[in-house]
Design a binder for this molecule. Sequence first.
Ligand code: GRF
Length: 213
Amino acid sequence: MVGVKTNRKTITDKNFAVLASGFGSNLQATIDAVKRGDIKGKLALVVSDRRDAYALTRACKAKIPSVFIDPTIFADRESYGRELIRQLQTADIQYIVLAGFMRILSEHFVKTFHNRIINVHPALLPSFRGSHAIADALAFGVKVTGVTIHLVDDKIDHGPIVSQEAVLIEPRDTLKTLEKKIHAVEHRIYPLAINLLVTGKLQVRGRRVIVKT
Ligand code: GRF
């Protein structure tokens, strides 16, 4: 890890954190990609807003520092966001990877990590925003849905798009089979995008994200 020595401590420019609320399969894909060397950054912290998130167990098994930050003890989104920022900055985190983090980030949080927060959404944005995107796509009867990786801005499921991949919905698909297909795509393309982010390869021009070569 290349670091910059300051008077106080070494600041690495590739430390990133994963924020997750649930099962953490995207966290696992990230952990595995770091291990393989496909993500050239250090996964230095896992944060959850749920004490019982399986993501925390995955972090523990992989010996990655993790923290549960209890949202119920904060008055509002802003104060929760400030605590998140405090913990992330204490760990010298430069980039934030959202992996099923079911909480809206505060305005201040998004500003603090401007263009350094990435999210995975299980549909082809701008279609099917929100937390039931797979079921909504199936119910709507679309023939094609997919996965979107995007940077996070101040609106939900809206920031500049890094990558997308389509997934066909076949007549015999159920919620279960479609989820399985979507997750397989997520686990393959999210690590690629995370690597571009943490190695500083993403350049944002308006709504367009260009990969620096
Ligand atoms: C994924 O489908 C992701 O697209 C969405 O939340 C889900 C998280 O799943 N944002 P997991 O916790 O990574 O298994």
